[in-house]
Design a protein around this ligand. Structure first.
Ligand code: AMP
Length: 232
């Protein structure tokens, strides 16, 4: 029957559609690649020693793009990539509505915190907070009914209280070494951060049968990694 042939032709095409995965460069990448490898997605060349932005993989139809972490949700939401890996900090700050977040990859774990100078007392009146996470900071203090002035910075947040630019900072804390080295201490916990797999809404609809097995294989890889680390 022509109708059925047409349908099965479409299904075959669906299985072979091109799939692009956006990866955050930097510290997340090092932990992401072994998970992808466990899900049988292996870059055709060494990403770290290349200046390329797009990488072929062991699958003809799967490509990896390696971009700034803050650009990953933009690419995935607008269909420039079908899926991606980004930190929860980046996702919260971006505030994407067109993204599914099906899996916590349990890598690059850290916390978002409010920090200040070790000997800083209570701030009288309006507090000034320096951060690159403007939206998260606004929402955190608004939820508590505290009014703050936010100063947007792009890096080295720890410097702001030292130089008298801000009373507090909101930044990522892992070991706490960066804060300590600059005479700062963590003061309030905002949220737990780890890297998440994100999938574009359009991609999940159009390429569901391709994407679903990848999510499942990555989930199995995450579980296996957790089990290994619990045994150590
Ligand atoms: P630490 O000194 O170990 O507390 O690390 C703090 C600094 O490392 C922060 O200022 C961040 O810039 C960076 N950092 C640590 N962990 C992460 C992460 N999971 N994602 C992004 N940046 C991180």
């Amino acid at each position: 029957m022509p109708g059925l042939n047409f349908l099965s032709g479409n299904e075959t095409a669906d299985m072979k559609q091109n799939l692009t995965i956006a990866l955050s460069k930097g510290r997340i990448l090092k932990d992401t690649l072994p998970l992808l490898e466990a899900a049988d997605i292996i870059p055709a060349e060494d990403i770290f020693s290349s200046r390329k932005l797009i990488f072929d993989t062991n699958h003809d139809n799967i490509k990896l793009v390696v971009i700034r972490a803050t650009d990953v949700p933009t690419y995935v939401e607008h269909g420039g990539a079908d899926m991606g890996v980004a930190g929860k900090d980046v996702l919260l700050e971006y505030g994407a509505k067109g993204l599914y977040e099906p899996l916590d990859l349990d890598i690059a774990r850290c916390r978002l915190m409010v920090a200040g100078m070790k000997d800083a007392g209570e701030v009288e009146g309006r507090m000034t907070v320096a951060t690159k996470f403007v939206n998260i900071t606004k929402e955190f203090f608004a939820r508590q009914g505290r009014q703050v002035d936010i100063i947007k910075l792009y890096g080295a947040m720890e410097l702001a209280p030292i130089m008298g630019l801000a009373d507090r900072i909101v930044d990522i804390v892992d070991t706490g070494n960066t804060l300590r080295a600059n005479g700062l201490v963590p003061m309030e916990d905002i949220c737990y951060v780890s890297s998440r797999l994100v999938v574009g809404k359009a991609a999940l609809k159009m390429k569901h049968r391709q994407i679903q097995p990848i999510i499942e294989q990555l989930a199995a890889a995450v579980d296996a990694r957790k089990e290994r680390s619990e045994q150590i």
